[in-house]
Write a protein that binds this ligand. Sequence first.
Ligand SMILES: Nc1ncnc2c1ncn2[C@@H]1O[C@H](COP(=O)(O)OP(=O)(O)OP(=O)(O)O)[C@@H](O)[C@H]1O
Ligand SMILES: [Mg+2]
Length: 240
Amino acid sequence: VAKATTGGYDGRGVWLLDDPDQASALLDQGVSLIVEERVRLRRELATMVARSPWGQVAAYPVVETVQDGGICVEVLAPAPGLHPDRAVEAQQLAIRIATELDVVGILAVELFETSAGQLLVNELAMRPHNSGHWTIEGARTSQFEQHLRAVLDYPLGETSLTAPAVAVANVLGGDPGGVGIDERLHHLFAADPGARVHLYGKQPRPGRKLGHVTVLGDDIGQVRRRARAAARWLREGTGD
Ligand SMILES: Nc1ncnc2c1ncn2[C@@H]1O[C@H](COP(=O)(O)OP(=O)(O)OP(=O)(O)O)[C@@H](O)[C@H]1O
Ligand SMILES: [Mg+2]
């Protein structure tokens, strides 16, 4: 896997290479690269911790991040079927990273769960992160409040879930097909009043994260379906 050393996000600047010719085509473009071994993934997880200057740390439940073409499209909290020991291992890993790097504020750790069942760190983000947007409604303390508490050296807030299952689906830029966002929102809230919508006010571009939808409930399969349908509807007005 080749990655541009600067400017990459949402899968931009990441190339899963299959042969040396693809690598030399990239090198010819003069992109400055790092190269990683391609990991055989079972799935991707993320864990988030906050740390204050005083040294208090608080870890959130571990989530699964579902990627499509290098873009995170869904976040499931807590990560379905994750063994409790593995969840604690992931949280301890994040706490260790935050402590050893002397982080203040929120730290998101993107993880690979390998097909052999091992946890590997993919990427670190020392800020509130897309994989933590579920905390706005889905945790007792949102990642944004937690970040402020941490940098102000206040006691950190409670990180537990507010419902047994939380799903977030990102709204990506697509072809809105002529129906305005107001009308799509109106229909969405009529069809699913429990969907929580966040729109970021960004200029739409295909594949760009324009917002997200969060759904809380008892069953992860159900909340996932509702969040996904809502995000698809907002994207292109064709959800079911
Ligand atoms: N070494 C690897 N082996 C297998 N898949 C990988 C590897 N590195 C990256 N990927 C895949 O590409 C995706 C994007 O990679 P990465 O998170 O490094 O870059 P990014 O585009 O900067 O992401 P972000 O928007 O989270 O900052 C990962 O989520 C994963 O699906
Ligand atoms: Mg990433």
